[in-house]
Structure formats: structure tokens, C-alpha cells
Ligand binder design. Structure first.
Ligand code: ISE
Length: 343
């Protein structure tokens, strides 16, 4: 079977990482086109890959006759236009979160995909492919904890880019726990409250950090999340699930533990999400490429979270940002999935 020829749009930290992943760690695909708003960056990356070109306009890259499938790793505000172009050209696409920047435009993308018939859009919620999350999900589905009741989560970053603001803590970081909740519990989140504790004196001026999110699902399950994105220490993502017959904890992330003659014991911290979720990204991409190969016969070019999951996450985050401003619990406004045939 010949390789799927991929265009990668956006070669910042994540996009460049995906180029390296497709080129050297997964099988069945090759990067043939790269695009970035910084043309020089795209040209440098293309020059390092055999038979790869830099293309200046992302819409030309999508339309390119040589391109079979697209990876969108460009900034969120470009996603809507690029996704719609992928749909119009019938090209399968793996889109980094967010699907689009708001629920309304995400819904428009969901509807357009449904109208056209084929399932072409997969969203890059990579935690679903992490070994520990996947194991937790299968144990939960096998009934090992009985009915799940509560999820306690911690999401800490050592630092964030200077452009980060309080709403981005919700849209960029909490969005992963939103997806994890929907993935584990198989139900929608119906309300969210963001609590603003005393802020970290070390956080950049004006950013509310830490934040505590409290969410509730349709059947009344409780989720709490500590978000703290300027700890100055390590990348830490932990999740504890509590059910009627037991609990489980993932994300200890300890690796090798050593003891030294100084009387200390310990290991190494994980610096960032690329290290913590490297295996998850590799698995996500391999499964997506395999699904794209299979899609010609099935009409489904995805194996993971789809456009609907991107829309649902956007709707929860939108309510989260409203709560961040008011301090009150806010109900999530979403259309019913059944109201869109094929969503
Ligand atoms: C970042 O954008 C990500 O997507 C990471 O997975 C997340 O952990 C981090 O908090 C975000 O800033």
C-alpha cells in the first residue's frame, strides 16, 4: 500500500513535532507539503525531508493534487476556514484542538461534515491514546469500579507562553479534562463553575492562576480540576477516578526512582506535554493514518475523537469562560447530537 501524502499546516512546536513523528516514527505516511505563516520556517523544515515542499498559502496546500490528507497544527483562529476547505476537497484531516475558537463555528463545521456524508475530521485530543487513560477506560467499561461517581484531576504546567491569559487556562488547558471526562463517562457535561483562588505571585500580571474547575455531567457525576499553569516546576497531569466499587489513580509519572548516599531519593521531573504524552501522540497518529488508509472503503477516515467531540469541548469551555468572569456555575448550551443526522 502506498504512503498517505500529508500536508502539515503550522510548523510551530506541535506541528514540527508531528512532522518528525510522521517522518520517522510511524508507518504508512509521508509529509509532502508544509505550510506556516513564517515562510522561512516552512522552507527550512521542507528542506530537511525528501520530496517535501513548502507551500505559502494553507488553502493551496489543502487543494494540492499531491496531498491526500491534512494535519492542522496552525493557530486556533485559522482552523475553521482550513477545516471547511478540507471538507470541500474531501480530504481527511487531523486537527489539533481547538476544533474552532467558539461553539457556534464548531457546530457549523459539524453540520457541514454531516451534510457531505463522509467522516473526515478527527480532533487531536491525544490523551485518549495515552496508555494509562486507555487502561482506565477499559477497566471502567469492564465494570471494575462499578458505577463511576467522581473524577479528581490535577493539570499543572511549569510555564506558559507570554500570550496566555486567564481564558486560555480554560480553553487551552482545561479543554483536555473536558475531553477526558466525556471520554471516560460517555456523557455530556452540563454545567461548569470556575473558582478563582488567591493567585500565584509568580504568575504574569493579570493571569488568574491557579483556577479550580467544577463540572457536572448529565447524570450528576462530579469532576474537579486544579489548573495551575505557572508552577515553575514540572508538567503534571493526574487523574483519580472514584467509583462505587473502588478507585484508580493515573499520572504518577515517577519513572525510575533512585536512592543516593546523600540520604535523598527520587527521580526526574517531566518537563512538558510532549514528553508526558509522546507515546499518546505517536499512537494517535499511527491509528489516524491507518484509518485514512481504510477510509476509502468505509467512508470513515477517523479512529478517535471526531468533530462532535471538538464542538462539545468548545461549548463547555465557552460556559467555563463565562463562569470565570461571573464566578457562578454556568449551564452548558449545546444542541442535541441526534438533531444532526450523521454527526
Ligand atoms: C497546551 O496547549 C496543551 O495542549 C497541553 O496538552 C496542555 O497540558 C497545556 O496546559 C496547554 O497549554
Amino acid at each position: 500500500m502506498s504512503d498517505i501524502k500529508i500536508a502539515v499546516l503550522g510548523v510551530g512546536i506541535m506541528g514540527a513535532d508531528h512532522v518528525a513523528r510522521i517522518t520517522s516514527r510511524i508507518s504508512g505516511a509521508a509529509v509532502v507539503v508544509v505550510n506556516d505563516y513564517l515562510a522561512e520556517k516552512a522552507e527550512t523544515i521542507a528542506a530537511g525531508i525528501p520530496d517535501c515542499r513548502a507551500v505559502g498559502d494553507p488553502l493551496d496546500a489543502i487543494a494540492d493534487a499531491q496531498v491526500d490528507a491534512v494535519v492542522i497544527a496552525s493557530p486556533g483562529p485559522s482552523h475553521e476556514k482550513q477545516l471547511l476547505a478540507c471538507l470541500e476537497h474531501g480530504k481527511p484531516v487531523l486537527c489539533e484542538k481547538p476544533l474552532t475558537t467558539d461553539a457556534e463555528t464548531s457546530l457549523a463545521v459539524v453540520k457541514r461534515e454531516a451534510e457531505l456524508g463522509n467522516r473526515l475530521i478527527q480532533v487531536g485530543f491525544m490523551r485518549r491514546f495515552d496508555r494509562e487513560y486507555a487502561q482506565l477506560k477499559s477497566m471502567l467499561d469492564a465494570g471494575e469500579f462499578g458505577r463511576p461517581l467522581v473524577l479528581h484531576c490535577v493539570h499543572r504546567n511549569p510555564a506558559v507562553p507570554p500570550t496566555f491569559d486567564s481564558a486560555m487556562v480554560v480553553r487551552d488547558s482545561l479543554v483536555h479534562e473536558v475531553d477526558v471526562t466525556r471520554f471516560l463517562f460517555d456523557e455530556e457535561i452540563t454545567s461548569i463553575q470556575i473558582i478563582r483562588p488567591a493567585t500565584n505571585p509568580g504568575a504574569p500580571e493579570g493571569i488568574q492562576d491557579p483556577q479550580i474547575a467544577i463540572m457536572r455531567t448529565a447524570s450528576g457525576k462530579h469532576i474537579d480540576v486544579e489548573l495551575f499553569v505557572t508552577t515553575g516546576v514540572a508538567y503534571e497531569v493526574r487523574t483519580e477516578l472514584v467509583g462505587e466499587k473502588g478507585s484508580a489513580f493515573i499520572g504518577l509519572d515517577v519513572g525510575l526512582v533512585r536512592k543516593t548516599a546523600t540520604g535523598m531519593w527520587g527521580g526526574q521531573i517531566t518537563p512538558g506535554f510532549r514528553e508526558r504524552f509522546g507515546q499518546a501522540y505517536d499512537t494517535e497518529f499511527q491509528r489516524w493514518v491507518d484509518a485514512v488508509h481504510a477510509g476509502a472503503t468505509t467512508g470513515d477516515y477517523t479512529d478517535g475523537p471526531v468533530a462532535w467531540d471538538g464542538y462539545a469541548a468548545a461549548a463547555v469551555c465557552e460556559a467555563g469562560v463565562r463562569s470565570l468572569n461571573s464566578g457562578e456555575p454556568v449551564d452548558v448550551r449545546m444542541v442535541a447530537r441526534e438533531s444532526i443526522k450523521g454527526a
